[in-house]
Design a protein around this ligand. Structure first.
Ligand code: HEM
Length: 279
């Protein structure tokens, strides 16, 4: 038995990177690890920053996948979108598990740096709003916190001008002969979604005979799966917030827990939930 430490170079590992692209170069690790600018000496501020930053990275991937999934549905190849929609649901599952790390922060820990946050809050996450707008939850009031950033406002406005994921799903259904009301297909895309009896009736046709409408059925279940995980994210956020700040107002200025509780009631694909009762 040898006591010498193993040298990976003997196994062919690349050990010299002068002038060649390394792991850190490719992934811009220096930039990423340089972005945790703590504003206070509080130990737990690092956890708080990294939890938000990693969430934003996962949201970036979710947006990337959402964009592609929508294009596939618009091109009437929904089966190619299923993998992306499944991945988005898994991203939210991952974000749901991440709350367990943040929950190790007590109210006492948070109070050591909360004042340093000023008015900043996840409420101002433009990627989160972009996800909401992309899937179909379009509330124009949420544009306002980004008015000082014309580049972000332009991105959010561009999203509002496009059919949402749900709009694309319904257009796809209509092209396959399902009776989606014309008013829904030509609706004002910027307007918030309003529950529609005709859309519910169209989904009911799909769910009453899944074999006949298999792709639409599978698409519907992928949407429900995503919303299920998204709801859990909202709920986990809410309980974490209550555990850490109780019923204090948020740094973003809202009532805090009461505001987040209200957001829990928002349904992304209401007809897909309603049909569970009506079927
Ligand atoms: C201890 C940790 C956290 C606390 C106490 C907290 C608190 C709050 C509060 C009170 C709000 C309501 C808006 C306000 O008045 O500020 C809010 C909104 C929000 N937070 Fe957090 N949060 C925490 C962690 C996170 C994390 C890790 C994320 C991940 C990105 C996040 C994302 C969001 C988002 C996206 C909203 C907007 C929700 C909506 O408008 O529906 N929060 N947060």
């Amino acid at each position: 038995m040898t006591t010498c430490p193993f040298n990976p170079a003997e196994d062919g590992a690349q050990m010299a990177f002068d002038g060649r692209m390394s792991y850190g170069d490719y992934l811009r690790i220096d930039q990423i690890l340089d972005a945790q600018a703590m504003l206070t000496p509080a130990h737990d501020e690092m956890l708080f920053i990294i939890q938000h930053q990693t969430s934003e990275l996962w949201m970036r991937l979710a947006l990337h996948e959402l964009d592609a999934a929508r294009r596939k549905i618009a091109a009437d190849t929904p089966h190619e979108a299923f993998k992306m929609l499944a991945r988005i649901a898994r991203i939210f599952e991952q974000l749901n598990s991440a709350w367990d790390v943040l929950r190790t922060m007590t109210p006492s820990d948070y109070s050591t740096f909360r004042a340093g946050l000023g008015q900043s809050s996840g409420f101002q996450s433009w990627q989160y709003r972009l996800i909401e707008y992309a899937v179909g939850n379009r509330n124009l009031a949420m544009l306002k916190p980004h008015a000082h950033r014309p580049d972000l406002t332009a991105r959010l406005e561009a999203e509002l001008a496009r059919p949402s994921l749900y709009d694309e799903a319904l257009r796809h259904l209509a092209r396959h002969g399902l009776p989606v009301p014309e008013a829904v297909l030509t609706r004002d895309l910027r307007a918030p979604w309003v529950h529609d009896a005709g859309v519910l009736a169209a989904w009911e046709i799909v769910y009453r005979d899944p074999q006949k409408h298999w792709a639409a059925y599978e698409l519907a279940e992928k949407l429900v799966d995503f919303e299920d995980y998204f709801r859990r994210w909202r709920f986990n956020h809410l309980t974490t917030v209550e555990r850490v700040i109780g019923f204090k107002r948020g740094t973003g200025g809202t009532s805090g827990v009461a505001y987040l509780r209200r957001m829990l009631d928002i349904q992304l694909f209401p007809e897909l939930w309603a049909l569970r009762t009506t079927l």
